[in-house]
Write a new protein. Structure first.
Length: 190
């Protein structure tokens, strides 16, 4: 793991706000799509809303693995969502990438998203996966390696982080484990 991403060894709640401003680069053939993470949610094995809550299973084994890998799951029978694994190996935790801001490759992302544009391109976890062509083939992928690389980033001088409860859940809704860059238009829901 890149030393600038050593915070991924920490708990998901500590790592989630530190992922804001980080860059994901997705290699597709000769093109590199680049996005900036603007919204995250933390999940931990002690948390009833986490896939790792009931312990390690074949589906969740990636969450219990090395930090800095990608945990991808299929939801609602139609969408992929991606998470960055955090915490020491053996502890089931990950951070959901809820929304990203496109930097490079917007035309390709729009094509992958059925010609959506503007904030509709990547303002949600499933939209992000569709725009970056992330599916189960990348489950367990080491984010230090191509075709999907996570790089350290930072907040801009005028940016601030908002911490709130997670959204789109039926349980664990009271946990203030959602983080986003204030006023960023790509955040999924205000």
């Amino acid at each position: 793991m890149n030393s600038s991403l050593s915070f991924l060894s920490e708990s998901s709640v500590v790592a989630a706000p530190k992922l804001l401003g980080c860059i994901l680069e997705r290699q597709l053939g000769d093109e590199t799509l680049r996005v900036r993470i603007v919204e995250t949610e933390a999940y931990d094995q002690t948390d009833v809303a986490s896939h790792s809550y009931n312990g390690e299973t074949p589906r969740t084994s990636v969450m219990f693995g090395e930090p800095g890998h990608l945990y991808v799951y299929f939801t609602y029978g139609m969408h992929y969502c991606c998470n960055v694994v955090t915490s020491p190996k053996g502890h089931g935790a990950a951070v959901l990438i809820r929304a990203v801001e496109p930097l490079d490759g917007g035309a390709t992302m729009a094509e992958l998203r059925g010609h959506k544009s503007g904030v509709e391109l990547t303002n949600g976890p499933a939209k992000t996966c569709q725009a970056l062509m992330i599916d189960k083939a990348l489950n367990g992928h080491n984010l230090a390696d191509s075709p999907l690389i996570l790089s350290a980033g930072s907040l801009k001088k005028d940016e601030a982080i908002v911490q709130t409860t997670r959204i789109g859940l039926s349980k664990g809704t009271d946990m203030p484990w959602r983080f986003y860059i204030k006023d960023n238009p790509y955040v999924s829901k205000k």
